[in-house]
Design a protein around this ligand. Structure first.
Ligand code: FAD
Ligand code: NAG
Ligand code: NAG
Ligand code: NAG
Length: 466
């Protein structure tokens, strides 16, 4: 009697509730990918799906029509495996703005303590014929929206609700145990399966009470779009392991390049604040000079972000480097205005990617140090594994929200991600100054790249994502 009454109240109070097979929270690269994969597959495209994104997707839609003149600062390195997935499973690769991607085939990495000991990776031996391809996040997202438009034209149905924030997620009742997603426009969606592609702070993960373990690195990733003195026709990616963290210069088309400079909180402030004329010089110097000299310059800039003395010091030190002896990347000559930004670096891994009626993909499931450029690629392999599990489940007539249906996703994706997270974490520790015993060894001038067993192996694995 009471239950009947309560049920009556509940339905009277929720005139705005709709029902879906799948709700995806998050319109980042991972969320748009799972939506595209679901609607591209003949086995899953009949499912009623809605994607909810708190922000606006308008800048991404505009990118397809009129991309900005300069490269945006969020750029990632895609592995051949990710490209293959975008091409043959999601059908989105053909919608990438092909003028704004850069294939590269070689990475040269070296230690801050010893520029002459180098590890070179050559991608021409890889099956795909290339090592990786650089692309802007927004280019990837725009290609997915374009592919979704194409699917909609073909009559595939799905809904995208941007500018709509998920306010809370609640449990269903015993009659219908599907999660209820409350949105900030007053409406609700009750869904058979909730896919959390909602980033590091994932509301979906909290709802499912899945623990995430990890730590902050007390490091920031400083990114920027820069201009090199000349185009590198060989298209090499450069990375130098400084004790403050690795600095990478990765090629884009013509003389454009993108940098990711992992640095201490103090150094990241200097890099963001220093004069736009000094920043390029600093990047050039950080690929070449001894760390003691760099530290001296950082001190000057900490006091005065436009220090003339720092410029003089840098130019003088750089003039003494003999570029004949050792090969370095071309000097950086300019930084694109407003392209400097910093992100806190952290490692985290969810204990599980699945719970009853919930699956997590992308940064909601894991975040990784950017030193191997694998974050977004890991999200792509999550989506590949999840779509496979959901296809199998629909073929077998399983409830796609059941743990039975979702379990294969977890067992396929989790162990490989765990291994990669461990490798990148170890590499960070080997090279960064917060790992005591190694600092001592490095201080003695040991050639850490060669001396530390297995480092080269770890790096090859990390960068190629295999
Ligand atoms: C410095 C740096 C360099 C990197 N370099 C690389 C690289 O070279 N290669 C690589 O593969 N990866 C790289 N990454 C990682 C990569 O950028 C991320 O892994 C990727 O962007 C994560 O995508 P995602 O879709 O999982 O999450 P996100 O991009 O975080 O998307 C989550 C979305 O969910 C939405 N959302 C969250 N909560 C709600 C809510 N309550 N309601 C509605 N919507 C919500 C958010 O608005 C957001 O749009 C790098 C990262 C950093 C920090
Ligand atoms: C997108 O493009 C439209 C039309 O050109 C413009 O009016 C709008 O301001 C743009 N929006 C953003 C966020 O750039
Ligand atoms: C790259 O640099 C060149 C020359 O500096 C410029 O003309 C071009 O537009 C840039 N490409 C992009 C996509 O920004
Ligand atoms: C129902 O949802 C719409 C938006 O979808 C909103 O405008 C309206 O206020 C909601 N009504 C109630 C009663 O919450």
């Amino acid at each position: 009697m009471l239950r009947v009454l309560l049920r009556g109240l509940a339905s009277a109070a929720t005139p705005n509730r709709t029902f879906q097979d799948v709700v995806v929270i998050g319109g980042g690269p991972a969320g748009l990918s799972i939506l595209t994969a679901l609607n591209s597959s003949p086995k899953t495209q009949h499912l009623q799906t809605t994607l909810v994104e708190g922000g606006s997707l308008e800048p991404i839609r505009n990118f397809s029509v009129s991309p900005p003149e300069e490269y945006t600062n969020r750029v990632v390195s895609l592995t051949p495996k990710s490209v293959e997935f975008m091409n043959s499973v999601m059908g989105s690769w053909q919608f990438m703005n092909q003028d704004r991607i850069k294939f590269y085939n070689e990475i040269i990495a070296y230690d801050g303590q010893d520029s002459q000991t180098r590890i070179e990776f050559d991608g021409s031996t890889v099956n795909a014929g290339f090592m990786a391809v650089m692309a802007e996040n927004i280019n990837i997202q725009a290609s997915l929206l374009d592919r979704l438009d194409q699917l909609a034209e073909e009559g595939v149905e799905f809904h995208i609700r941007d500018n709509t924030k998920v306010q809370s997620i609640e449990h269903g009742n015993e009659e219908l145990d599907w999660p209820i997603i409350k949105l900030d426009d007053g409406s609700e969606i009750q869904t058979r399966l909730l896919i959390g592609a909602d980033g590091y702070n994932s509301p979906a993960r909290h709802y499912a009470q899945i623990q995430s373990r990890g730590w902050m690195y007390n490091r920031w990733g400083v990114v920027a779009t820069v201009k090199m003195q000349f185009e590198d026709v060989r298209a090499v990616g450069w990375q130098r392991f400084l004790t403050t963290g690795p600095l990478a210069i990765l090629p884009l088309t013509e003389d454009n390049a993108t940098i990711v400079w992992s640095s201490t909180p103090e150094l990241s402030n200097i890099l963001i604040k220093c004069d736009p004329e000094i920043f390029p010089l600093l990047v050039t110097a950080a690929m070449r000079l001894e760390e003691v000299d760099l530290n001296y310059v950082y001190k000057l800039l900490e006091k005065d972000p436009s220090s003339k003395e720092a410029v003089k010091e840098l130019n003088w030190r750089l003039s003494r480097i003999n570029e004949q002896d050792v090969e370095y990347p071309a000097p950086v000559v300019d930084v694109v205005p407003k392209s400097r930004a910093k992100f806190p670096l952290k490692m985290s891994h969810a204990d599980s990617y699945v719970a009853p009626r919930v699956a997590l993909v992308g940064d909601a499931a894991h975040t990784i140090h950017p030193l191997a450029g694998q974050g977004l690629n890991m999200g792509q392999s999550d989506v590949a594994a999840l779509i496979e599990a959901l296809e199998a489940a629909t073929t077998r007539g399983l409830d796609i929200g059941s743990t039975l249906a979702l379990e294969p996703y977890m067992s396929n994706a989790w162990p490989a991600n765990h291994a990669l997270l461990g490798i990148c974490d170890k590499l960070h520790k080997v090279f960064s100054s917060d790992f005591g015993p190694l600092v001592a060894v490095r201080g003695l001038g040991m050639r850490s790249l060669n001396w530390i067993p297995g480092v080269k192996d770890l790096m090859v694995k990390a960068i190629s994502g295999r």
